[in-house]
Design a protein around this ligand. Structure first.
Ligand code: NDP
Length: 281
């Protein structure tokens, strides 16, 4: 029977240590979350982040701009937060409305407060194997694997999806952990054959049940990053979970796998940032 890589349980387990680190600081970690517009899914994510930050004793600021906010307004808000000594972490909830240039906004965040790990400086540090802030979702996947005692060195790992938020940094982290990594995307030839060779599969595509059970090698470890809402309201991953379960050695459920770990890693990055910044002050 496959081991469930339970991100909800691990998140709860990591809570007390984070809380203890917060309590040891002279001032609480400051996290600013910016939301532009009122996309319902984004509002749910922002709400979860706010609640978790409050539960951990952070100084939490939720900043909302209207959907028609200008690039200049958003850049001015980022500049204000960059300059605010009580703010250790700045997060701009994605996706931004289409008229805004997300790349320019993310580039404007002080790399020392970039708790999402999307700034080119932090991506560059990760690519050189000396990570500072690492994107929360791939970092959460790594913590789940580590906690389950899965030894990554020498494994054949296949990551499906090459976004800057998930697939690409995931591939870098697995390579740093000495796995042999193949990064796949929409132009990959014969994806099922590539996935069949994998000891570890990470699916970050955004299509429900895209990775079939019979694509998996017996005993593979499966990390399903996908979060897809079906017409009947159910949330499912990018892997056909029921078909994968009897074949794999371990798998993340959706929901309750990678999702909760993403939020926990945001908190972890913010505490790291606050400790570093307060030690320097
Ligand atoms: P993107 O849409 O940015 O990237 C999707 C990737 O999948 C692209 O690299 C794309 O390839 C690849 N892809 C699309 N179709 C195929 C195909 N037919 N065959 C092979 N590869 C394909 O998505 P994200 O990375 O932002 O998100 C992926 C999923 O993860 C989504 O379901 C999202 O909701 C979820 N997610 C979950 C999080 C969590 O906390 N659990 C956090 C972030 C995202 P190409 O580059 O060639 O277009």
């Amino acid at each position: 029977m496959a081991t469930l890589l339970d991100g909800k349980a691990l998140s709860e387990q990591l809570g007390p240590a984070l809380r203890a680190r917060v309590a040891a600081l002279a001032r609480p970690p400051g996290l600013a979350v910016i939301q532009v517009g009122a996309d319902p899914a984004s509002s749910v994510y922002v709400g979860s982040k706010r609640k978790r930050a409050e539960r951990l004793g952070f100084h939490q600021r939720s900043l909302s701009l209207p959907a028609d906010a200008s690039q200049a307004e958003l850049l001015a808000l980022v500049a204000e937060l960059n300059a605010d000594p009580a703010v250790d972490g700045i997060l701009v909830q994605l996706p931004l409305p289409g008229h805004l240039d997300s790349t320019a906004i993310l580039d404007a965040i002080d790399p020392d407060k970039d708790v999402d790990g999307f700034h080119p400086v932090n991506v560059g540090l990760l690519s050189q194997g000396r990570p500072r802030f690492v994107a929360c979702t791939p970092l959460g996947c790594m913590k789940l694997l580590e906690h389950a005692g899965i030894k990554l060195a020498g494994l054949d790992a296949v990551v499906v999806g090459r976004s800057n938020i998930v697939g690409r940094p995931m591939a870098m982290l697995l390579e740093k952990a000495n796995a042999t990594v193949t990064l796949c995307h929409s132009r990959t030839r014969d994806l099922p054959a590539v996935v069949r060779r994998a000891d570890l599969v990470v699916a970050a595509i955004g299509q429900p049940g895209f990775v079939r059970g019979d694509w998996l090698k017996d005993g593979a470890v499966v990390v399903d990053v996908g979060i897809n809402r079906l017409p009947d309201g159910r949330l499912v991953g990018d892997v056909d979970y029921d078909a994968a379960l009897p074949r794999c050695a371990a798998i993340t459920p959706v929901p309750g796998g990678v999702g909760p770990m993403t939020i926990t890693m945001l908190m972890h990055n913010t505490v790291d940032s606050s400790e570093r910044r307060q030690a320097r002050a």
